[in-house]
Design a protein around this ligand. Structure first.
Ligand code: GDP
Ligand code: GDP
Length: 454
């Protein structure tokens, strides 16, 4: 059985959710923030899923430093006790600075985070849900703890976690020398491994690639799509840096029927993308950019992951120069939203190009975490405006006043301007592309938002 910690700032509805999951009124709920004290634990039941749930309610509103410290310690304790964290935000209030503090703790410390926007019943939570995307913790689940909405979505996210833990318990120290860690999720920062998902259609060569990285034939590979495999992740060392590679084959064993493969492997990819920091989209050079590849790549971008595109089986290509030109063209045309992502050609079989892939992944991860100073950004912004002034609808030039980076993982920037709604998409693209080029930020989505300031 796994342990889920419900974390978030006071009054977002953690206790209400805890009560719903536990089914007994173990935690006290009140309109006043922070009536419940300290951590409490209960046995949760969600349809047929059983798990332990920890509630971190019990913190007064965070106004002074001692409370902030207490909140932090309590949350860290819960995070360390849990296999998965459910980070709850209030869809009606939207994202607050305190939410950002929590998001930071979770990003640094929690091996797995599921984001939930609570109080999302009706339409009142819509903009809060959108804001929650900006936390860089993946797509928020819309839930209403009070009305019991979104529970089946929560269940479908938790089910694979539950299955992993059950399987691990069943296996219980196998007598083989496998170092393959099946859903091993217990270690934490500071040397938390960099989480890398290898996604791609069946037969793209994901297992072969991971084997090559491991240096031994530890994962089973074969010519048939969807062969039975249960590896979930492997941890290894890249030049002194711990990394964890997720193979997305784990759920494929359920696919008994061939034509179910496509669908399963997409939802499988989705799961891997959620837990990853960097996503390697592995393409088969003979059949690159299939529908399924495009969907997963797009998903990774929307989820705000750093992305590296790797074209595999390059050993089979005859005219590599021409092929590369063609691939780059297709890439630009079919995945314009990933314009900044590097494209690396590799052969998982021979190992050629894996050093370049490794370097591209590390670089994408660095960029994903990068913070640019406000001074540099504003100097840059005035240069951009000078070179190409924003449009002047109805004769009044839009003024871009000030810019700052508000988040990392992926980098997010806010520009204060006089009429954000009148700014054209092409001007926004000009700024995003400029940011990417001038600050050397390949392989990461860049979030640029505009706020009104007259
Ligand atoms: P916690 O302190 O973060 O654990 O939050 P509580 O569980 O005490 O809930 C805080 C307040 O939000 C209470 O008044 C709840 O009734 C209310 N609340 C909780 N969940 C929901 C929900 O899904 N929708 C709405 N509208 N209110 C909710
Ligand atoms: P997965 O389904 O994505 O895990 O793909 P596998 O790793 O099982 O590989 C599918 C097939 O492609 C196997 O027959 C591999 O031997 C083959 N393969 C994988 N990588 C390469 C490569 O770089 N070159 C060649 N020629 N074949 C490869």
């Amino acid at each position: 059985m796994f342990t889920l910690a419900i974390v978030g700032r006071p009054n977002v509805g953690k206790s209400t959710l805890f009560n719903r999951l536990v089914g007994r009124r173990l935690a006290l709920v009140d309109d006043q923030p922070g009536v419940t004290r300290d951590l409490r634990e209960g046995e949760a039941k969600l349809a047929d899923l059983r798990f332990t749930v920890i509630d971190t309610a019990g913190l007064e509103d965070v106004t002074d430093d001692s409370l902030q410290g207490r909140m932090r310690r309590l949350t860290e304790r819960a995070v360390d006790m849990a296999d998965v964290c459910l980070f709850v935000v209030d869809a009606r209030t939207g994202i607050t600075p305190t939410d950002e503090v929590f998001a930071d703790i979770l990003r640094r410390r929690a091996p797995r985070v599921i984001l939930a926007a609570n109080k999302a019943e009706g339409a009142a939570g819509e903009s809060g849900v959108l804001e929650a995307y900006g936390l860089g913790l993946g797509e928020p689940l819309r839930i209403s703890a009070e009305h019991g909405e979104g529970m089946s979505d929560l269940m479908s996210v938790l089910r694979p976690v539950s299955e992993e833990f059950e399987e691990r318990a069943r296996r219980d120290a196998p007598a083989t020398d496998l170092t393959v860690e099946d859903g091993e999720v217990t270690d934490h920062a500071p040397d938390k491994p960099l989480q890398i998902a290898i996604v791609g259609r069946p037969n793209a060569g994901k297992s072969t690639l991971i084997n090559k990285f491991l240096g031994e034939d530890r994962l089973l590979t074969g010519p048939e799509a969807g062969i039975t495999r249960d590896s979930i992740s492997v941890t290894m060392d890249w030049d002194g840096r711990p990394v964890r590679l997720f193979d997305t084959a784990g759920m494929r064993k359920k696919a008994k029927v061939q034509d179910k493969l496509e669908k399963l492997s997409v939802s499988d990819g989705l799961r891997a993308v959620r837990f990853a920091e960097v996503v390697v989209v592995l393409l088969d050079s003979a059949i690159p950019f299939e529908q399924q590849d495009l969907r997963i790549a797009d998903l990774a971008e929307r989820e705000g992951r750093a992305v590296v595109v790797a074209v595999n089986k390059w050993d089979l290509e005859e005219d590599r120069q021409a092929r590369l030109v063609g691939l780059k063209e297709s890439f630009e045309r079919l995945l314009p939203q990933l314009a900044g992502a590097p494209l690396v050609t590799v052969s998982a079989k021979t190992g050629r190009g894996l050093d370049r892939l490794q370097a591209a992944v590390m670089k994408a991860h660095d960029v994903w975490n990068r913070r640019v100073t406000t001074a540099k950004l504003n100097m840059w912004l005035s240069g951009m405006v000078e070179a190409h002034p924003p449009p002047a609808p109805a004769g009044r030039r839009i003024k871009l006043r000030y810019m700052t980076q508000v988040k990392t993982r992926p980098p997010g920037f806010v520009v204060m301007c006089s009429a954000p709604d009148k700014l054209s998409d092409s001007y926004k693209r000009y700024l995003v592309n400029g940011l990417r080029a001038d600050f050397d930020m390949p392989g990461t989505p860049i979030r640029l938002t505009f706020r009104s300031q007259a």
